[in-house]
Design a protein around this ligand. Sequence first.
Ligand code: SAM
Length: 213
Amino acid sequence: MRLKNVPGAREAIAQSDLVVHEPGEAKGNWRQIFGNDHPVHIEIGMGKGKFIHGMAGRFSEINYIGIEKYSSVLFRAVQKMEEEPLGNLKFVRMDAEEIDQAFAEDEVDRIYLNFSDPWPKDRHAKRRLPSREFLARYARILKPDGCLEFKTDNRALFEFALEELPHAGWRLKALTYDLHHDEDMMRGNIMTEYEEKFSSKGNPIYKYIISRI
Ligand code: SAM
């Protein structure tokens, strides 16, 4: 994601009640925050939030939390929510390295990673969101039967993500090397910003669904 410094983004986020500002206090209390006991689905690295906003609009019986590291990007998601408010979507500005400080054990039912940054240099492999290091963090917050869905157009990142699974103790449940021509896996698909951009250039989209059991 190209990062432009958006003037006022930090201040607007600081004042927004769409953003949960103390994720440490929310840990273990997400059901109280939403005021119901619906399942919790999170997107890590949500960018401007097109996907998660679309999901939350479609599935009102699920609570969604969008996690994004940068204020300038999160600001766009907040603006979209102000235009089209939804009661079942909240945001957190944080680095996913600390994800287990925002969620208690088994508090999350599903995790989405969409078009995660590739970090192409080998020495940065640990920063890739589908790396074994991140999978270990996700395992601490995801229900044992919960699953993680990952989409990307980056073949090298996708191959890396597949190779990480046995090391991290996760199991492949579904896989496609061409999501947009896979009738089963495409059903109900909501496109992300990057997905629209890269699929319109003709790039195939790769996707897997994984779980720990
Ligand atoms: N998911 C969106 C999409 O598919 O259109 C955005 C994709 S963009 C390439 C990746 C996003 O992940 C960026 O907004 C970036 O700031 C965010 N991100 C990368 N690493 C992150 C981390 N460790 N924690 C939280 N967000 C992260």
